[in-house]
Design a protein around this ligand. Structure first.
Ligand SMILES: [Zn+2]
Length: 198
């Protein structure tokens, strides 16, 4: 039986998505075996991230600086904003540089069931960014779930008075599909074939 400290580390790792108790135990075993090289590097990386992690005050992405790397990148196109539900979606879309514009993270989706209303999401900030006038196109990249689509419809309505093109990802997305789980080819296709809303 392992010590309390080792059990605690296993327990903490087992809570990570994609790891279960078995994989967590295997990871701990590996760390114990390779403690001299692996532990200091891991500790340093975790420490650096935990000290600097911050939510971007412009787009809601999480990065180690504010504005985030994407907002600070002068090479990106200010004219289009891709609206997503979660930070994971920004990372999924940006992994392969599929989209060259800016992003906006809502921080969730409208859900009557979970009591999430428009005021609980980063919608006011989005409207403010669009009202700034530099934006031509807003891409609604919500998940292909009922709540994601409800959110997209609501946003399309709120954006309508502004003079912008509103598009959404093509319906090649599997129903119920969450962006984060899609492969880059499918995402690229959905983004390239994006359609006007309405
Ligand atoms: Zn940002």
């Amino acid at each position: 039986m392992a010590s309390q400290e080792i059990e605690a580390l296993s327990g903490a790792l087992a809570r990570l998505p994609g790891l279960g108790p078995r994989s967590a135990r295997r990871a701990v075993l590996w760390l114990v075996k390779n403690r001299e090289q692996a532990l200091p590097a891991l500790l340093e990386a975790l420490d650096a991230v935990s000290e600097t992690l911050v939510e971007c005050s412009t787009c809601g992405n999480v990065d180690t600086r504010d504005p985030c790397g994407i907002c600070a990148d002068a090479k990106r196109d200010d004219k289009s904003i891709c609206v997503v539900e979660d930070v994971a979606d920004v990372w999924a879309l940006d992994r392969a540089r599929l989209f060259q514009g800016r992003y906006h993270v809502l921080g969730g989706r409208l859900s009557a069931l979970d009591g999430v209303g428009p005021e609980d999401l980063n919608i006011a900030d989005l409207l403010e960014r669009v009202a700034g006038g530099a934006v031509d196109e807003v891409v609604l990249a919500m998940n292909a779930t009922l709540e994601g689509q409800t959110t997209a419809h609501y946003l399309a309505e709120r954006l309508e008075p502004h003079n912008v093109r509103i598009t959404q990802l093509a319906h090649g997305l599997p129903v119920g599909g969450e962006l984060d789980y899609l492969d880059e080819g499918t995402l690229a296709q959905a983004l390239r074939a994006r359609l006007p809303v309405g």
